[in-house]
Design a protein around this ligand. Structure first.
Ligand SMILES: NC(=O)c1ccc[n+]([C@@H]2O[C@H](COP(=O)([O-])OP(=O)(O)OC[C@H]3O[C@@H](n4cnc5c(N)ncnc54)[C@H](OP(=O)(O)O)[C@@H]3O)[C@@H](O)[C@H]2O)c1
Length: 209
């Protein structure tokens, strides 16, 4: 698939590595340092450019900027009619101590309001420390990623990509379920960066039949 990543930071580059390895054509974009992004894209076999260059031919648009830059990112992307948006953002406040919105709406639903003609799927991936780090030791359970969306085909596509990055997709129902998935991811941020556990952590969902 052709995949545009908007947000070429820790998460965006971590996702890009796995998606390129999985055989996808990846285009990194939306950085204030185009040279650095071009260098890191080149080193992993991806392309780089502006958000509109990235999205124009993309099948899937991965949204990975800080929450506060989402409006600007989508504006720079231009029309996203009919595209699948894999929204990875968590609406964290700048000191990572909490969420700027939640439980009565979600970042996922706000993205859908900003890009009404796209199919938005919320799926917050494992931490960049896991994506960039050495492979997990044998026997470590795959981290789970809750996948929320209103379009079945878009959810299927994003779930496939979640598997490519080494996580287990968990179908969590409609996009509005992002109201609960985002605070769940916030708990991991709290454990990693405020309780001192570090970013090599994840959570595993299981269900007894
Ligand atoms: N990191 C993780 O482990 C992780 C895991 C799950 C979800 N997320 C979510 O993914 C998103 C990105 O996180 P991250 O850790 O990758 O952040 P990051 O490393 O700070 O990367 C953000 C990217 O957005 C770019 N950007 C462009 N315009 C910007 C602006 N006006 N203000 C700020 N940034 C701008 C940055 O550009 P520059 O290169 O110029 O800085 C950078 O490439 C967040 O919503 C976060 O909640 C992150």
């Amino acid at each position: 698939m052709k995949i545009a990543i908007i947000g070429a930071g820790n998460l965006g580059t971590g996702l890009a590595k796995h998606l390129v390895r999985g055989g996808h054509q990846v285009f990194l974009s939306f950085s204030r340092n185009a040279e650095e992004t071009a260098r890191s894209a080149g080193s992993i076999g991806a392309q780089s450019g502006t958000p509109s260059e990235a999205t124009v031919h993309a099948d899937v648009v991965v949204l990975a900027p800080p929450w506060t830059a989402v409006g600007e990112a989508l504006q720079q992307a231009g029309p996203l009619d009919g595209k699948v948006i894999w929204d990875c953002t968590n609406p964290l406040n700048p000191d990572l101590s909490g969420l700027l919105l939640g439980t009565t709406t979600s970042a996922g639903e706000e993205v859908a309001r900003l890009a009404p003609s796209a199919h938005v799927v919320k799926a917050i991936p494992p931490f960049a420390e896991i994506l960039h780090g050495p492979p997990l030791p044998p026997g470590t359970p795959q981290p789970s990623t809750f996948v929320c969306g209103d379009d079945a085909e878009a959810k299927r596509v994003v779930s496939e990509l979640v598997s490519v990055i080494g996580a287990e997709p968990v179908d969590s129902g409609p996009l509005a379920a992002a109201r609960f998935a985002e605070p769940a991811a916030m708990l991991l941020v709290h454990l990693a960066y405020r309780q001192g556990m570090g970013g090599r952590i994840g959570a595993r969902f299981f269900r007894v039949p």
